[in-house]
Design a protein around this ligand. Structure first.
Ligand SMILES: Cc1cc2nc3c(=O)[nH]c(=O)nc-3n(C[C@H](O)[C@H](O)[C@H](O)COP(=O)(O)OP(=O)(O)OC[C@H]3O[C@@H](n4cnc5c(N)ncnc54)[C@H](O)[C@@H]3O)c2cc1C
Length: 380
């Protein structure tokens, strides 16, 4: 595995950073305050192919390798974590499964508008009674002729408020928990699909996360992704890639926090000198800087395995748990370095702290990631 970026990856980092600093940093405060996701930003990102990072050009994507996609998500998240979340979820757990599990017709109808950013995607697994234990989901898809009739409630749907295409996990059999659910591609305008109010979140407030419910929502057979009963396989494989997106997002937030802390430590003077001159502050910076580099390498290692078609379940869980915990620690330390000002909205560090926390929760909590890692270690 190469430890340096290729020329193309370095160019991607530079170009995404340039866009993110120009467009996403200035929008972050307002998005956090209002919870509004600006349409013009989504349109500009669509032009730049950020909604089809790893999707082949033939379906309207940028056809990037996994490390390049991680770099793009990191840079976007560093500038604006709520937008990073949108891009990560859209690419890793909405567009990607349609590419991998969809037939040609589904790729043409659903993947191409996703990759072009004409439609924003969601991944709807979680329900009020089904979180870490996704197999206990209750949303039902009853087959009737050439249709399925969906009933149930999905919660915490990232991108829900702006989505056009939704991947819905629903029970298609009552027996055998493990094989009893399937995935449906459901357009937002379909009758019987209803979006609830946007969640009042602690962080990532610029992302329109909301519940989506189904009341006798009729979905044609052609909208089922993969085999009937194949939902678990799709969920596990998709979340494996999704973890890398969340890990990249977490590293982006941690890097933003480190840079803000370095800047502040150089500016803030106490006891007649910049606080950057104090050993205690330097220790914090050294620890965070080192752990960010380690987190990146874990992500790139998992990406490399993915690119070579080798099972990367354990490695993606390692990258996710490690990176999300750095993001939380880096932002907590960042607030500490900012002192009392860090606890106000005068500096972005308090937002970074709020944004970071959820990385330890979604797409599998840290406890679940450790279970996946332990399973991998014990079976090796
Ligand atoms: C902002 C946000 C966006 C989200 N976006 C999406 C989305 O787009 N799509 C989607 O499907 N979901 C989404 N989620 C849901 C998220 O994936 C779940 O919240 C997460 O999987 C945890 O489920 P839960 O909240 O039901 O917690 P629970 O499963 O109830 O867990 C509660 C606690 O118990 C622990 N726990 C549970 N089981 C075990 C166990 N076996 N061993 C040890 N500890 C255990 C957990 O780690 C956690 O600490 C989102 C959540 C948030 C907050």
């Amino acid at each position: 595995m190469r430890l340096e970026h290729t020329m193309k990856q370095a160019v991607i980092r530079r170009s995404v950073r340039k866009f993110a600093e120009r467009r996403l940093v200035p929008a972050a405060v307002e998005m956090d305050r209002t919870g509004h996701f600006p349409r013009d930003i989504a349109e500009e990102m669509a032009m730049l192919q950020y909604f089809g990072l790893e999707i082949p050009a033939v379906y309207g994507g940028a056809g990037l390798d996994s490390i390049s996609a991680a770099i793009a998500i990191e840079e976007i998240s560093k500038a604006n974590a709520a937008v990073g979340l949108c891009v990560s979820v859209h690419n890793s757990v909405a567009a990607s499964p349609v590419y991998f599990f969809g037939n040609e017709e589904q790729r043409r109808r659903f993947l191409t508008p996703l990759a072009r950013g004409e439609k924003i995607g969601t991944f709807c697994l979680t329900e009020p009674n089904a979180g870490s234990d996704a197999s206990s989901l209750e949303t039902n898809a009853l087959r009737e002729g050439k249709e399925y009739i969906l009933n149930g409630n999905k919660i915490f749907v990232t991108n829900g408020g702006i989505s056009g295409i939704n991947l819905i996990f629903a029970k298609t059999k009552d027996v055998e928990k493990d094989t009893g659910f399937s995935v449906f591609i459901v357009e937002s305008e379909r009758e019987g699909l209803e979006k609830g109010p946007i969640e009042d979140l602690m962080g990532m407030r610029g992302n329109p996360v909301c519940p989506i419910s189904f009341r006798d929502c009729r979905v044609p057979l052609e909208n089922r992704l993969g085999d009937e009963g194949g939902g678990l396989k799709i969920a596990l494989s998709t979340l494996c890639g999704g973890r890398l997106g969340i890990a990249a997002q977490a590293v982006g937030i941690a890097q933003a926090s480190l840079e803000a802390s370095i800047k502040y430590a150089k500016e803030r003077r106490q006891f007649g000198k910049a606080i950057a001159g104090f050993g205690a502050i330097q220790d914090w910076l050294a620890e965070v800087g080192t752990r960010i580099e380690a987190g990146r390498l874990l992500i790139y290692r998992a990406c490399d395995l993915k690119e070579r078609g080798i099972n990367y379940t354990k490695e993606s869980a390692m990258a996710k748990v490690y990176a999300s915990e750095i993001a939380v620690d880096a932002t907590r330390i960042g607030v500490q370095i900012h002192g009392g000002y860090g606890y106000t909205k005068a500096y972005p560090i308090e937002r970074f702290y709020r944004d970071a926390k959820v990385c330890e929760i979604y797409e599998g909590t840290s406890e679940v990631q450790r279970m996946v890692i332990a399973r991998g270690l014990l079976s090796g």
